[in-house]
Write a protein that binds this ligand. Structure first.
Ligand SMILES: NC(=O)c1ccc[n+]([C@@H]2O[C@H](COP(=O)([O-])OP(=O)(O)OC[C@H]3O[C@@H](n4cnc5c(N)ncnc54)[C@H](OP(=O)(O)O)[C@@H]3O)[C@@H](O)[C@H]2O)c1
Length: 246
């Protein structure tokens, strides 16, 4: 992608100034993109968009709940009416970090809700925005995943801990599967779809003391995948622009 000033990016889950969604939006906007910040709480996302605007960046705020088909469809309609296309979709919204959890003790409603947000949220968004991404001619989809959903991560990976985020990890494992399948289908449309793990990032108080790195570093890997050239990889899992083992 060379002329990024004409590009439009949409990021889900931008409700916290400390979060990866906000920092990703800022970095994409600093490259000249027009960024659409979205979150469940319109008041919160409005304030964050205003913050970027005050930095001289192109940012707008929209309400979006990624668990709602209607909400995703309504936003796609609005984006189509105002912009006619979408170049970058960052599926960042997620939750349900069940630290200390075990698969047998996990509540079925919690599991369903986690899948609805972390897996189906991204799926729903790509379905809703596929037409607009195709119109870009250079669409990019980034699914923000986690080492907790991989077999290779030596610290947070699926086989490492008996009691470590089983529900969250499995939703991210499934999200990575979605990445592979979407990449295959959307290749003909020049849309690149990748999963990116930001690493352990200090988005919550105290986590820096446990070794979490600055948000700017985690977001940079997401921005890398959002701005790949047309001959860039698709259907992969990356951290900091490097291949991560599944
Ligand atoms: N921080 C890390 O170390 C780390 C490591 C690996 C992966 N990640 C991934 O990075 C992404 C961002 O995480 P973060 O650390 O920046 O935490 P975060 O600020 O809590 O980000 C999650 C965002 O998702 C939003 N969200 C949850 N459910 C939603 C829904 N139904 N519709 C729309 N938005 C919804 C939250 O908004 P509300 O305020 O409305 O709940 C929040 O803005 C997540 O995908 C996470 O899994 C983070």
């Amino acid at each position: 992608m060379t002329t990024e000033t004409n590009l439009l990016a949409l990021i889900t889950g931008v409700s916290r100034a400390e979060g990866l969604g906000f920092e990703t939006a800022r970095q994409l906007a600093q490259r000249g993109m027009n960024v659409l910040l979205t979150a469940r709480d319109l008041e919160k996302v409005n304030l964050l968009a205003q913050q970027l605007q005050s930095e001289g960046l192109k940012a707008l705020a929209f309400q979006l709940d990624v668990t709602s088909d209607e909400s995703a469809a309504q936003l796609a309609k609005e984006v189509e009416a105002r912009f006619g296309k979408l170049d970058v979709l960052v599926n960042n919204a997620a939750g349900y970090f069940d630290a200390g959890g075990t698969p047998l003790e996990s509540d079925m409603d919690f599991i369903r809700d986690a899948l609805d947000t972390n897996l189906l949220g991204a799926w729903r968004m790509v379905k809703a925005f596929a037409t607009l991404l195709r119109r870009s001619g250079h669409g990019r989809v980034v699914n923000v995943t986690s080492g907790a959903g991989s077999f290779s991560d030596p610290v947070f990976g699926l086989p490492v801990h008996r009691q470590n985020v089983p529900v969250y990890g499995i939703t991210k494992l499934a999200l990575n599967g979605l990445t592979v399948k979407l990449a295959l289908q959307l290749k003909a449309d020049n849309i690149l779809v990748n999963s990116v793990c930001p690493g352990f990032v200090a988005t919550y108080p105290g986590t820096a003391d446990w070794g979490a790195r600055p948000v700017s570093e985690g977001a940079a890997g997401i921005v890398w995948a959002a701005t790949l050239p047309d001959n860039g990889p698709s259907g992969g899992l990356f951290r900091d622009g490097e291949v991560l083992g599944w």
